[in-house]
Design a protein around this ligand. Sequence first.
Ligand SMILES: Nc1ncnc2c1ncn2[C@@H]1O[C@H](COP(=O)(O)OP(=O)(O)OP(=O)(O)O)[C@@H](O)[C@H]1O
Ligand SMILES: [Mg+2]
Length: 345
Amino acid sequence: MFERIRRRLLRTPLFYKILWANIAIVGVGAVGGTIITIWHVTTFPDDLHYPLIAIFAGIGVLISIVVNQWVLRKALDPLDRLQAAVDAIRSGRSDVRVVLGDNSDERFDRLADAFNQMLEQLARDAQEMQQLSRQILQAQEEERYRLARELHDEAAQSLTSLLVYIRLLERARNPEEAQRHVQELRRLTARALEDVRRVAVDLRPTILDDLGLTAALEWRVDELNKQHGLHAVFTAEGMEQRLARPTELVLYRIGQEALSNVQRHAFASAVKVSLQHVGDRCILQVADNGVGFDPAATDRADGHGLGLLGMRERVAIVGGELEIVSRPGAGTTITARVPWSHQEG
Ligand SMILES: Nc1ncnc2c1ncn2[C@@H]1O[C@H](COP(=O)(O)OP(=O)(O)OP(=O)(O)O)[C@@H](O)[C@H]1O
Ligand SMILES: [Mg+2]
């Protein structure tokens, strides 16, 4: 019972704490002063009472200062704790949380709760960022490995064969033999050139810089039709002007990843790629009629599948948004909407 009253008193707002303290001082002063004055007047009727008034005034002021200072110090203690937490965070600690204790004002509690929630959110964001950078580094390594393999397996193989044929050419005994080797050399050189070009184009298609997004996506779709026998269609509307380079690159990479996903996961028989200029937006859509998937299940950044995550990140960089509509058995449609910005120069 006493404890409950104490807790309630401690938790009253700051204004009431000061009010109650001052009422108590005035109350005690008035009652105590009157009792002592009556006693003094009746006991020493002939005395002067001015010194007594001065003593009362002095004691009253002293008590008021001490009590008010004590109440204020206690009441503002939560702010000191908040400040201490801020200082700890500034000095690099991230595990700090503010605990205000029993005598805190409700408004300070709300402030501390918001502060703690903000810290939790920051900690979560930092963890996600860390995981993302780990994934990006891993993806970068994988990409380097893939390129190294491709250069080694294809271009280097062709160049080695070239060396062999050059040696054979050196040792050719008659013009017919030499002619045969030269033909083979030409064929191998063309293949090596093709391999190197393919790796370079994969890294960054010059067609994107030279002819623009529409041509680059059209070329991707053509390649897909050639390689995999699935029927891919490309349409473009209102794309007479070129987009700013960063936006073109973002949309191209999204198209590239979406088409690579179709190739690798969708088992689709048809895919439609469309690029449209609508109002102040550019919309890229890649829709397949394949097996589909549950987008919610791939939302977690759990170390697999950077493709969709990368698409989202890229779209966000140019201020757009990405929509993934898919259901198992019902195909997949990926839509990227980005603000239209003209290419300068
Ligand atoms: N068009 C699609 N059809 C069916 N499933 C898809 C399609 N696109 C994505 N998925 C599913 O979503 C998952 C995540 O795709 P995401 O592109 O993020 O990763 P990934 O292709 O597996 O790997 P990465 O792109 O990093 O090489 C895929 O593993 C696949 O299961
Ligand atoms: Mg992918």
